[in-house]
Every structure is written in C-alpha cells, then in structure tokens.
Ligand binder design. Structure first.
Ligand SMILES: [Mn+2]
Length: 251
C-alpha cells in the first residue's frame, strides 16, 4: 500500500463562508469537499464554518451550495462533525438534517482517532485576556437568549447579525494583540485538568502552528488550524498517529 493510501482524518476551522455564493472562499471550500475530503475517513469542522448564522431558515438558503456539497460528502460515506464557533452557534436540527453533520456541542470535546485521544475546541474559550469577549460569549450562549433571538423576524435577525459582525471587526482592530490569542495560563490549566490527552487542536486565532510545552515531564502539543485566507491550513491526522498541518490547495 502506498503512503498516500493510508487512512486519514482532516480538521478544518475558520473558513468563514460568505453569504455570497460566488465568493472565492466558498468555491475553494466546495472544491475541497469534492477532492481531498472525499478520501478522508472523517472531516471535523472546528467552528466558524460560516461568517454568520442567524437561523436555519436563513442560513440554509444563504449557503445553499455549501450545504449541498456537505450533504454530498456525507452521503459518499465521509462522517462529518462540527463544533460551534463564535460566528456560527445557532445551527439547529434543520441544519444537521440537511447536511448530515453530527454536532459536537461542548466547548471542548474529547475524541479518539486511530487509538489516539485528542481534545478539540473552537479555541475562543482559551482567549481569557479578553474579559469583555468572554462576558459577551456567556450571554450569547445562554439558551434563553438564543431562543428569544431565534423568535425574532428574519429582517431583525439579519440586521442584528450584521451589526455584531461590524462591531466585532472594529473591536478587534482596537484590541491589544494578546487579546486575540490564547493565554498560557488557560492552556496550562486545561492540560492539567485533562491529562488523558497530549494533543489539543483548535482554531479561532487564525495563526496556524504546532506549539509544544512540557508539563510534568510530558510533552503536550497544541495544534492551531489556520483560516482560509489566502490559503487553507488543514490538520491531517494519519492512521499511524502522526499529525501535520497541510495546505489546500497543496503547494
Ligand atoms: Mn472564531
């Protein structure tokens, strides 16, 4: 068997698909679903697949092409799992049914791939220097706040979503750089509380990298999956338990 035929699983994050279907990001993502992803055992989407999701009734229409491509991938036998991001946490049953994606609803999820235990997260939960963001996050994740929001008419939801998108853009331009990244203490504490795995995989910071730290004489790995601008940085986990960041399209 050639090396390329060895089974593998892919992880992506922060694609930020645009409501405009002709956007190059959407086209690249659909191409990815129809090529590299087809040969994977499974695809994990670590949040922020969509630029904004303000309800299944709107999103399933806005992102119609991507939804169809995700469903086709799932129908071809590739299992797809998705975590919520900070832009897309309002997907509900209609979305999971339309795509066949299986939701992983915790902030951090423990999975096992090829006998290797892994911890996966969107990653915003580790950006603890940004207290204002963490407060906002707790509010927006409250089930009642979400229920009330989804009861609003479509126009209102679109307007609120747009306003939040703009204010988050302005806010991130004015924030100190360290607010955009994870804190060392959050990561250290997390690994201490979760000794069952030596690998944490997340996105959100848009700074793809493989970080290592030694805790109690054990090497811990933090894999950051990148965004798709200009090129996708995807994590490939092979059946021999090796992990590596790869580009799509391949360079
Ligand atoms: Mn994010």
């Amino acid at each position: 068997m050639s090396a390329s035929a060895a089974p593998y699983t892919l992880m992506v994050a922060d694609i930020h698909l645009q409501p405009d279907e002709t956007h190059p990001i959407n086209q690249t993502f659909i191409e990815f679903l129809q090529t590299d992803a087809r040969h994977a055992d499974a695809l994990y989407i670590l949040g922020d697949l969509f630029e904004m999701w303000v309800g299944d009734d709107i999103g399933l229409i806005q992102y119609h092409h991507a939804i169809k491509a995700l469903k086709a991938l799932n129908d071809s036998g590739v299992a797809i799992y998705a975590l919520y991001g900070n832009r897309d946490f309002l997907m509900r049953d209609a979305f999971w049914q339309a795509t066949g994606i299986q939701p992983l609803s915790k902030d951090v999820n423990q999975i096992t791939l090829y006998d290797l235990p892994l911890l996966i997260s969107h990653g915003d939960i580790f950006c603890q220097d940004d207290k204002g963001y963490q407060r906002m996050r707790r509010l927006l994740r409250h089930p009642w706040v979400q229920k009330l929001f989804l009861w609003l008419p479509q126009k209102r939801r679109l307007a609120i979503g747009e306003a939040m998108r703009n204010s988050s853009k302005t806010a991130s331009q004015n924030k100190p750089m360290r607010y955009m990244n994870v804190t060392r203490s959050a990561i250290t504490k997390f690994f201490q509380q979760n000794p069952q795995s030596n690998h944490l995989i997340h996105g959100h910071t848009h700074q793809p990298a493989h970080h290592q730290l030694t805790l109690n004489h054990q090497v811990k790995h933090r894999w950051v999956v990148g965004d798709w601008r200009p090129q996708a940085q995807i994590l490939k986990i092979q059946s021999d338990q090796t992990l590596k960041l790869i580009a799509f399209p391949a360079v």
